[in-house]
Design a protein around this ligand. Structure first.
Ligand SMILES: *Cc1c(COP(=O)(O)O)cnc(C)c1O
Length: 355
């Protein structure tokens, strides 16, 4: 029994309901990057029950994958597309995000819904908010279905979200179009301020169990990475563990090897360079990882645990009263919870659970 990633679709739904209730807005679930590594097919099929306004992706190919699932809802591509990609987006019935006169005119020649992307402080995509007046004529020819911007620091209380919101409101007023669906909020924005006053919100991280720092509401855990103990040994004082021999036993220890490693998406740098050490759960108890995470195996200290070969170890997720969140694993590995989730989309077989 190799490493397995268990994905709890009921938890995705419950997190999506939390976002819908807090925001009072329609959902545009962000399902890019294979639904943050959780598997876009099962995730979209589950989310359909919540009647989302649209789905959000990053590439034409991701959009085509969602169309192949059969949903008729808008599928918005949020990364700017090159003009040469627009015909494929059109053929797949996708909704591009546009922010330049050239791209808008090209799309208008194909005909189809689109979203107007406004940059209010990320310099990443969309029309700069101060230049929106110059796009008014092109936009008026066939107006977008919606208009949006993206916050660079929605998780911080530094006033930047408010400033970006003001720039967005100015730009929308300049456009002078009624009946546009407006959306600005990612997970952190929804959790920090609740109602945005806009029509739709674009949650990603929270849906998949990624907590927003400082938010009062925790997501239900979605991902569980589990793998069995496949080796057990005694180490004597002075024995070394794993690559680089970064750990030398100071006392007699019992060490278990788990059949999962960074090829299964567990961060390789856990516990290194002064980061908080990584933990796993075995028999309902937390135990520390010892030595470096390797590609296929991880060693843990089970000196105090009565365990056997074949015992199932939880690297991410809940076991009994203990919980290891993606945020905790990210902090131990020096990466963001986004990277932890996306990284889980690797060798470990995915299994889906509902309820
Ligand atoms: C990825 C993305 C989101 C989702 O952000 P989270 O922090 O994961 O909630 C929202 N909007 C855009 C434009 C994005 O690219």
């Amino acid at each position: 029994m190799p490493a397995r990633l268990h994905v709890d679709l009921s938890a995705v739904l419950s997190n999506a309901r939390t976002i819908a209730e807090r925001s009072g807005a329609r959902l545009i679930p962000m399902v890019k990057a294979d639904a943050y590594g959780m598997g876009v097919g099962p995730v979209v099929r589950a989310l359909e029950a919540l009647n989302p306004y649209a789905y959000g992706v990053a590439t034409v190919r991701e959009g085509e994958e969602i169309r192949a699932l059969g949903t008729q809802r808008p599928v918005i591509v949020f990364t700017p597309l090159l003009e040469g990609e627009l015909p494929a987006a059109h053929a797949a019935g996708l909704t591009p995000s546009l922010g330049s006169v050239a791209a808008i005119r090209k799309w208008q020649s194909l005909g189809g819904p689109w979203q107007f992307s406004i940059d209010t402080g990320m310099a990443r995509a969309g029309a700069p908010w101060r230049e929106v007046a110059g796009l008014k004529d092109a936009v008026a020819q066939s107006p977008p279905e919606g208009v949006f911007t993206h916050f660079h620091s929605a998780e911080l209380d530094d006033g930047s979200m408010e400033e970006q919101s003001r720039r967005f409101a100015d730009a929308v007023e300049t456009l002078g179009l009624a009946d546009l669906i407006k959306h600005t909020d990612n997970s952190a924005a929804v959790l920090r301020r609740g109602r945005s006053g806009h029509d739709a919100v674009r949650p990603g991280l929270f849906l998949y169990g990624g907590a927003v720092p400082g938010a009062a509401v925790e997501p239900a855990p979605v991902a569980q990475l589990r793998a069995p103990v496949t080796d057990l040994r005694r180490c004597e004082p002075g024995d070394t563990v794993s690559y680089g021999a970064t750990l030398t036993a100071k006392r007699a220890m019992r060490v278990a090897t788990i059949a999962a490693g960074y090829a299964d998406g567990y961060p390789r740098n856990v516990g290194l360079e002064g980061r908080p050490g990584g933990f796993v759960i075995i028999r309902g108890r937390r135990v520390p990882i010892v030595g470096r995470v390797t590609m296929d195996m991880i060693m843990i200290d089970v000196t105090e645990i009565d365990c056997d070969l074949g015992d199932v170890v939880t690297l991410v997720g809940r076991d009994g009263a203990e919980l290891i969140t993606v945020a905790e694993v990210g902090a131990s590995g020096g990466i963001s919870p986004y990277e932890v989730l996306v990284g889980l989309n690797s060798r470990a077989e995915r299994l889906y659970h509902e309820g």
